[in-house]
Design a protein around this ligand. Structure first.
Ligand code: 5RP
Length: 219
């Protein structure tokens, strides 16, 4: 089974969590694109839909969905999104696609966060995948110096501007053995908009697709 098929299977498994009358949050990325492709099959169950990026919004609109803002809907019943890395405690690294800020906001507004991944994303310790951090452009060099002092290697994602008009630093050489503490610590640095570490708001359910099927993990 190739990676795309596994992503599609994880996406398909998440459909059962979409109950009638739901306010649904939709994430960003290639796994979520599989979900967006499948969403018309459960359109009658969706009351309102919130999107985490311009990219997902465009795809959802192509499928005929109307997008609401988070301000309009208030709370979200269920948020479905992918991840770059996930642990068995359901802590995540997200932001490979650069949509981490809106993703984190919607995940926090959601009663339930279902994360869909293929088995390559499951790791023992977070940090092999460079941690994306969204920064205010005027603070980029300052934040990078702070990160170097933490013995990490921040690399500017050159030419990339987020949906919010900010920049991304991809932080290499992280060995995140305490994700909660690391997220708290990085959140203290002025100029950081969002850290792509989802530990304080982990997933509630992780759907992991491999060759033998899709398994469900809960923390
Ligand atoms: C985007 C994200 C994505 O969820 C993450 O990058 C995983 O993407 P993919 O499903 O393409 O592997 O956080 O900001």
């Amino acid at each position: 089974m190739d990676a795309k098929e596994k992503k599609r299977n994880a996406a398909k498994a998440s459909l059962e969590f979409i109950e009638p009358g739901v306010v649904l949050g939709v994430g960003t990325g290639s796994t979520v694109n599989e979900l967006i492709d499948l969403l018309p099959t459960v359109a009658d169950r969706i009351d309102k839909l919130v999107s985490s990026s311009r990219e997902s919004t465009a795809l959802l609109e192509q499928k005929g969905f109307e997008i609401s803002t988070l301000n309009e809907v208030g709370d979200v019943d269920i948020y479905i999104d992918g991840a770059d890395e996930a642990t068995k405690r359901l802590h995540l690294i997200k932001g490979g696609g650069g949509a981490l800020t809106r993703e984190k906001v919607i995940a926090n507004a959601a009663r339930r966060f279902v994360c869909i991944v293929d088995e390559t994303k499951l790791v023992g310790m977070l940090g092999k995948f460079p941690l994306p951090i969204e920064v205010l452009p005027m603070a980029q060099a300052f934040v990078a110096r702070k990160l170097v002092k933490l013995r990490t290697q921040p690399i500017w994602r050159e030419g990339f501007v987020t949906d919010n008009g900010n920049h991304i630093l991809d932080v290499h050489d992280m060995h995140i053995n305490n994700p909660l503490e690391m997220e708290t610590r990085l959140n203290q640095i002025p100029g950081i908009i969002t850290v792509g570490l989802f530990a304080h708001r982990p997933a509630d359910i992780l759907l992991v697709a491999d060759d033998s099927g899709t398994r469900e993990m809960r923390a």
